[in-house]
Design a protein around this ligand. Structure first.
Ligand SMILES: *[C@@H]1O[C@H](CO)[C@@H](O)[C@H](O)[C@H]1NC(C)=O
Ligand SMILES: *[C@@H]1O[C@H](CO)[C@@H](O)[C@H](O)[C@H]1NC(C)=O
Ligand SMILES: *[C@@H]1O[C@H](CO)[C@@H](O)[C@H](O)[C@H]1NC(C)=O
Ligand SMILES: *[C@@H]1O[C@H](CO)[C@@H](O)[C@H](O)[C@H]1NC(C)=O
Ligand SMILES: *[C@@H]1O[C@H](CO)[C@@H](O)[C@H](O)[C@H]1NC(C)=O
Ligand SMILES: *[C@@H]1O[C@H](CO)[C@@H](O)[C@H](O)[C@H]1NC(C)=O
Ligand SMILES: *[C@@H]1O[C@H](CO)[C@@H](O)[C@H](O)[C@H]1NC(C)=O
Length: 395
């Protein structure tokens, strides 16, 4: 009880600090950010593509959409009914969904979806960006050279392209979260293809690459949606720990203290872990960004933090193979100069930064120098390597 009270006091203190810090951060957005790890092609905010209305279901009758739909016409798409949803995001008739749909919303059924990282590793994911609050999160991540997976909404990439471009260059793993954030199983095959492809087009224009990882909005996925994703070259990522941080929306039902308490519970149980974890967090509201920043040092003291692609040891989370992100072993982040026409940072110049990037903050939560990071990493990497074979069988 005493511990709980002091936790609450600490939370209140942190909340106070954070809002003060917020003001400072906002005023200081023009401070120089670290040099990008990835050199991006020039982009000045003038989109060449013809995009549909933001936050409306992507249209299927445009010239582009028709081309994309025709492209996947012959793919092996699983036939299942479209699932009607209420406006609140729940299936209208859960009983109508057959077991062979392997619908995650209804039964938490998994079919080749990534849900956890190997033991000792925490996959950091932030959904729904980029937003007006993203800069605060990216500033903080830069101070510890921490990288995360960012599941971007295509509509937000159009609006907040500068934040997107910064995150792309920083070597965060950029992944897809659809064009307009509908429950995926409520969309027709054609609509889902258009939602994915318009998002790809936006990310490609801003950053020059195309994601290979996808998170379904609301976790809503079934075998039909999976078959479409596989045809388009995607792996889906769910989570095992849900912070429910989105409920801290202005006027929402959840408090920062409640979110922090969930993190504390997970940390307390870590010694019993049989897997690593992937959290669901959001870069959506001031409160969700505050919660993310408050908890990062504590998580870093317990787990090795990295993007999902890194915990899967995947150095190529983009379809364009010249872009490389760090893996579990801290393999380099950068672009291969052989396959790009733009000048890039060479691998050898980015090794130490990328190693720290893959592994996150040191156990003190402070900024890691290359040498310190490697020393600290060796122990965790041994743990990770031991668990890797077992973990691989799960996917
Ligand atoms: C931005 O870039 C586009 C394409 O490269 C170019 O046509 C346009 O003139 C540029 N606009 C500005 C304001 O620089
Ligand atoms: C596509 O359909 C919408 C809604 O039916 C319509 O308003 C729009 O004009 C159509 N666009 C094209 C390019 O046919
Ligand atoms: C089509 O997809 C289903 C489900 O993933 C799979 O079982 C089947 O082998 C696939 N068929 C072909 C021809 O690839
Ligand atoms: C670990 O599991 C054991 C057995 O269920 C339980 O007694 C113990 O409290 C757990 N430890 C933590 C830190 O949760
Ligand atoms: C690469 O850098 C060199 C030296 O700075 C410059 O001369 C050259 O034009 C650049 N190439 C490209 C493709 O930007
Ligand atoms: C990489 O680092 C080496 C040694 O510090 C330096 O000579 C070289 O110019 C650097 N290359 C780039 C592209 O920055
Ligand atoms: C990660 O991949 C690298 C090669 O890119 C390999 O050397 C290393 O053993 C892999 N690590 C694990 C834990 O699988």
């Amino acid at each position: 009880m005493i511990a709980n009270l002091s936790l609450i006091a600490a939370v209140l203190a942190l909340a106070g600090t954070s809002s003060a810090a917020t003001t400072t951060t906002t005023a200081a957005t023009t401070t120089a950010t670290p040099a990008p790890l990835l050199t991006l092609k020039p982009f000045n905010g003038t989109f060449a593509g013809d995009y549909p209305t933001t936050f409306e279901v992507a249209p299927t009758n445009t010239t582009l959409a028709k081309q994309w739909i025709a492209q996947y016409n012959t793919a092996n798409i699983t036939s299942l009914p479209v699932v009607p949803f209420t406006s609140g995001g729940d299936p209208k008739d859960p009983n109508s969904i057959s077991a062979d749909a392997c619908d995650w919303t209804i039964t938490n059924c998994i079919n080749k979806d990534i849900t956890v990282c190997p033991i000792g590793v925490w996959g950091l994911t932030y959904d729904d960006g980029p937003t007006e609050f993203s800069t605060q999160l990216y500033d903080y991540l830069d101070t510890t050279e921490q990288k995360a997976t960012l599941f971007y909404i295509g509509s937000n990439v159009i609006t907040n392209w500068e934040a997107a471009r910064r995150a792309c260059g920083a070597g965060h793993q950029i992944a897809s979260h659809t064009w307009s954030h509908q429950p995926s199983t409520s969309l027709t095959n054609e609509q889902f293809i258009a939602e994915i492809k318009y998002t790809e087009m936006a990310i490609k224009e801003v950053c020059g690459f195309t994601p290979k990882y996808f998170r379904p909005p609301y976790g809503d996925i079934d075998n039909r949606i999976r078959s479409l994703l596989w045809a388009m070259g995607y792996t889906s990522v769910i989570w095992d720990y849900d912070t429910n941080d989105w409920q801290m929306a202005p006027g929402g039902t959840r408090t920062l203290a409640q979110v922090n308490a969930d993190f504390a519970t997970w940390e307390a149980a870590a010694s019993n872990d049989t897997t690593g974890h992937i959290t669901l967090e959001h870069e959506l509201y001031q409160n969700t960004v505050t919660a993310a920043i408050d908890n990062l040092p504590k998580l870093a003291a317990t787990w090795k933090l990295m993007p999902v692609s890194a915990c899967m040891n995947d150095s190529h989370p983009y379809q364009e193979t010249e872009y490389q992100l760090a893996t579990m072993n801290g393999v380099v982040t950068g672009m291969s100069s052989a396959t790009t026409s733009t000048n890039t940072t060479t691998s050898s110049n980015t090794t130490s930064t990328a190693a720290a990037g893959a592994s996150g903050a040191s156990s003190t939560g402070g900024k890691t120098s290359g040498a310190v990071a490697v020393t600290g990493e060796m122990k965790v990497f041994a743990l990770v390597a031991a668990a890797a074979a077992a973990a691989a069988q799960m996917f």
